[in-house]
Design a protein around this ligand. Sequence first.
Ligand code: ADP
Length: 498
Amino acid sequence: MRSLNGKINRIAIANRGEVAVRIIRACDEMGIETVLLHSEVDIGTRAYRLATKKICVGPASSSESYLNIQANIDGAIAGGAQAIHPGFGFLSENADFAEACEKHGLIFIGPSPQAMRSLGDKVSCKAIARKLGFPLVPGYEGENQDLEFLLDAAEKIGFPVIVKAAAGGGGRGMKILTNRAEAKELIESAKREALSAFGLATVFLEKYLDQAKHIEFQIFGDATGRVIHLYDRECSVQRRHQKIIEEAICPSLSVDLRRQMAETATALASHVGYKGAGTVEFLLQQGNFYLLEVNTRLQVEHTVTEEVIGVDLVKAQILTAMGEPAFDERQPMIPRGHAIECRIYAENPYLGGIPSTGKLGKVFWPEGPGRRFEFGFEEGDEVTMFYDSMIAKVIVWDESRIRAIQKMKQVLKESIIFGVHTNIPFLLEILSHHEFIQGTMTTRFIDRYFNEPLKPPQFSELDQLMAAQVKKLVSPQIESLSAGIEFISPWSSFWRGV
Ligand code: ADP
């Protein structure tokens, strides 16, 4: 099979779940074959079924499979791929991996290792931004890691202060320091966490902005060296510093602020000769924006940008890797309508969001205009405890934000997932909250309004009888779950019309 320009006709995918499926779909449409580099437990999942070829790169544990650089390189070569798409998470921001790909004659679908090191490394990114005169959150990101020195630095910045792992990501290893007495133990534990999660104990400090919105810009560097932006996303709905709901475009940016932030984002990326998809993240507080970090990869929430701008970012990444134009030049990059993404996690919202694992029974996504479902797991697939618990993303588009919210609520109510608990009831509560509806939420929105586990719905005796019947009909294997927990499972809401 030949590709568009004959350069890439087979791409290896060093990832799993919904993003692997997303990449396979783009490749299929471009006439490119795929090689799924998967772990032992992911045999038979949706991405496995859809990929042209599959190569097992190791056991369930990510460190031995999805994070194993050599195993992924060997797998891609054995599978006859010319390029590797890393998706997001795992090795996607690992410059050593990008370099190893180059060394073995494989095209890494992403920016150069140099660009990844300059911007992907939080400390180096801050140094570049400072040199260019861009606004940063006040903080300390120097080499001195002595505890007393860091405590003095925190005091100088002024509490509250956030301590972060220099090599961190995914919201992990961050702690908020509110006074010197508590800060000591928290900095030490942040260092321990940083070492065990990222292999580097180095931490840095930032003033904690406690009324901020998280706003980010999608940037894209094409094969000619030009960097453009594809507008912004609002990602303030976060739990434990991790996004749950994302929107495009941000409902609360003035024209002037949007222009200034977009200029900052593109200038920063241009400075390092950025190629491919990337995201420049900011915090916005009281009309002032501060650069937070750059993610040198495709984001989970790239979908909402695709919906409002009318582009395909994964195809654009692949075309750029081939040296082709990324987008149709005749198409203006102008946002239209509003898009919202909800991340669907396999977790129990009634028990504080603890992960929920098991074999999926019937899964139903209610399709319709402006409704998009990205999922890596279907009926019969196993949701295990080895990986992130995000099993799907639901994306809606409509002409206005309020219509998009209404559509999302409707879609979530109609969605059915048997076999595991999901955060759908929690998402529905958020979507109905007055602050979310007004669009004024900050990153502390969930902490502030949802810090208690959701109250399980109350069922009448008749409801319970009906649920038991439905359950038996649709998913007999659910019997294995304990009765109490099983009964309050969100899937039972589909026939009640919550
Ligand atoms: P990661 O790379 O782990 O995702 P980020 O630096 O992007 O970490 O931060 C993730 C989230 O943590 C932000 O969206 C924000 O909610 C919170 N956060 C990070 N730094 C600050 C800060 N200085 N003040 C307030 N909140 C912050």
